[in-house]
Design a protein around this ligand. Structure first.
Ligand SMILES: C[S@@+](CC[C@H](N)C(=O)[O-])C[C@H]1O[C@@H](n2cnc3c(N)ncnc32)[C@H](O)[C@@H]1O
Length: 374
């Protein structure tokens, strides 16, 4: 399936307005270290009560509709998409009509057995019956939610294309972003420089859909494995679903719990820690694009007053959990957070890490902090 480029705000569009003054940041740093012990009790495996819905394109062709009814739906959906014009873009940099028309074509691709039939069958075939993965009422409802509720397209079709993966997503789980794809390349580079890391234990903390864990699982050697953690029970279910879909259940364990809690038995023995934690300052959540602010989980977005709370907790935990030579990579919302983290690592954990680097994303924004445990 080809990659879809969907207009969804990255989580850092506000990064450039968020400047961390040193005095303010060090107050928050103190709060972060003192209030958040690395270890506490609650860890559990994937709860069994929540069942993720398979993405639309994987559902069976259980439904039918005539060509004429489908064309009526398509015309209605196109009119709705056209009515948006540039109003969402003007409001909050949301999608315009052109983006929405493209998404409508993708929805048709995912929902129909033979999407080309909508274009190729002429009026004389209007009674032809076509097979569908959702019934027509659901298609009306889905498109209404896309336009009127600004529900992200990925939640409408239940999946996101990320690297060479197609990952199941649903409301309650962050839609993985393109900028995060680079973490897998950073891990790949680290492994090329130290082959031992390939056989070790890796941790993806705050795994969401399981994107990073799956990406790493696929590049590890025969003995390497990954523990993916998340506090959200929905994320744990969706990540487990995606791990199984890629047949990586023997390599990746998904555990529910806060950050390092599910890993405490591996203190000082972890080969690699990666995370894309919540890092948006609380005060910026209100200004997010409607698709993000209204629909994506606040647990995945809100990084506390200055966006740094979880990042600092992760840095402190990395000092404790990584083995000598172990690698970490954390995603941030931009340059200020990167600089702050590096400074924190050098001053609070001096001599604990070396090779500390700030790495830009594809757009040139300083995005990741990486380093190696001494
Ligand atoms: C920005 S999202 C990243 C999701 C995924 N790793 C990705 O890159 O698409 C942050 C994730 O951290 C999880 N999270 C928030 N607080 C957490 C905590 N205390 N412990 C573990 N995970 C947490 C959220 O549920 C969310 O899935």
């Amino acid at each position: 399936m080809r990659t879809r480029k969907i207009k969804l705000m990255n989580l850092t569009s506000l990064a450039r307005v968020s400047s961390l003054s040193t005095a303010f940041a060090s107050r928050t740093l103190h709060r972060s270290i003192t209030c958040r012990p690395i270890s506490c009790s609650s860890v559990s495996h994937a709860p069994t009560s929540l069942k993720p819905k398979p993405p639309l394109f994987l559902r069976p062709l259980t439904f039918t509709a005539t060509l004429s009814d489908l064309q009526k739906w398509q015309n209605w959906a196109k009119t709705l998409a056209s009515s948006v014009g540039s109003s969402f873009t003007d409001l909050d940099n949301g999608p315009d009509s052109e983006n929405l028309h493209r998404e409508l074509n993708w929805l048709i691709e995912d929902a129909l057995e033979n999407p080309k039939s909508l274009l190729t069958l002429d009026d004389s075939k209007r009674d032809t019956v076509l097979q569908l993965r959702a019934d027509l009422d659901e298609l009306y409802s889905l498109w209404k939610q896309r336009i009127e509720k600004r529900k992200p397209f990925q939640y409408i079709v239940g999946c996101e294309h990320w690297r060479d993966l197609v990952l199941s997503v649903e409301e309650g789980v962050l839609i993985p972003r393109p900028e995060t794809e680079l973490i897998i390349d950073l891990v790949d580079d680290a492994i090329k420089q130290n082959q031992e890391l390939k056989e070790g234990l890796w941790a993806d903390l705050g795994t969401g859909s399981g994107a990073i864990a799956i990406g790493i699982g696929r590049i590890l050697g025969d003995f390497g494995r990954v523990i993916a953690t998340d506090l959200s029970p929905i994320a744990v279910q969706v990540a487990s679903f995606n791990v199984n879909r890629y047949n990586l259940q023997d390599k990746i364990s998904v555990k529910q719990g806060s950050w390092f809690d599910p890993l405490m038995e591996f203190e000082g023995r972890v080969a690699g820690i990666v995370s894309n934690p919540p890092y948006i300052p609380s005060g910026h959540i209100r200004g997010l694009q409607a698709e993000v602010g209204r629909h994506e989980p606040i647990l995945a977005l809100d990084g506390g007053e200055d966006g740094m709370s979880d990042l600092l907790h992760l840095c402190n935990g990395a000092a404790l959990m990584l083995k000598p030579g172990g690698f970490f990579a954390f995603e941030t919302n931009g340059e200020d957070q990167c600089l702050f983290l590096v400074d924190h690592m050098k001053t609070v954990h001096h001599n604990s890490f070396y090779n500390l680097k700030i790495i830009p994303d594809f757009a040139g924004i300083k995005r990741f902090v990486t380093g190696i445990r001494s």
